[in-house]
Design a protein around this ligand. Structure first.
Ligand code: RBF
Length: 165
């Protein structure tokens, strides 16, 4: 069951009150990344996560996301309940895309399993810039597309609550 609240789709019964969420995002492809972070934050707040419980840090690129996410989760004075690692990879003419996408997804999965804190894979792996814009709700067509940050926020709350038991 879903309904609209403050302009974002919220899942009924998903209550993030009291949860602490870490967002780590890249500076590569920043206009798209910023829209994704905004969509994520708005949805977290629509589900009750307090602004003071959302910590946002940035890193150069997607390849740095696993290390930074793990480091920040492990050094936190007050523990986080979930981490959302956000970036945008756009395929170029070399093999970089494949290597970075593979390392980042494997690395982020490992961070979640090793820290036992759910890590949400907020990395778009796009073949074109247009695909990235559309998946951040910035599409140039009549429909602006869907901001995937909304889904990542809901996944983070759902997994944090599951992990609390
Ligand atoms: N980082 C991203 O977050 N998105 C990209 O699309 C991206 N493309 C890259 C393409 C090349 C050719 C290189 C060398 C790096 C790219 N990076 C990208 C940066 C990468 O994730 C990382 O920050 C750097 O390789 C430093 O470890």
């Amino acid at each position: 069951m879903e309904h609209f609240e403050k302009g974002v789709v919220t899942k009924a019964g998903l209550n993030g009150t009291g949860l602490r969420v870490l967002i780590v995002h890249t500076r590569w492809n920043l206009p798209v990344v910023e829209a994704l972070v905004k969509g994520t934050v708005n949805t977290l707040q629509a589900h009750g996560v307090e602004a003071t419980n959302i910590v946002i840090k940035d890193v150069p690129g997607a390849y740095e996301l696993p290390f930074a996410s793990q480091s920040l989760l492990q050094s936190a004075k007050v523990p986080f309940d979930a981490c959302i690692s956000i970036g945008v990879l756009i395929k170029g003419s070399t093999m970089h895309f494949e290597y970075i996408a593979d390392a980042t997804s494997q690395g982020l999965m490992r961070v979640g399993l090793d820290t036992r804190i759910p890590v949400i894979f907020g990395v778009l792996t796009c073949l074109t810039e247009d695909q990235a814009f559309e998946r951040a709700g910035l599409g140039r067509g009549p429909s602006k597309g869907h901001n995937h940050g909304e889904d990542w926020a809901q996944a983070a709350i759902e997994m944090a609550l599951l992990n609390r038991g």
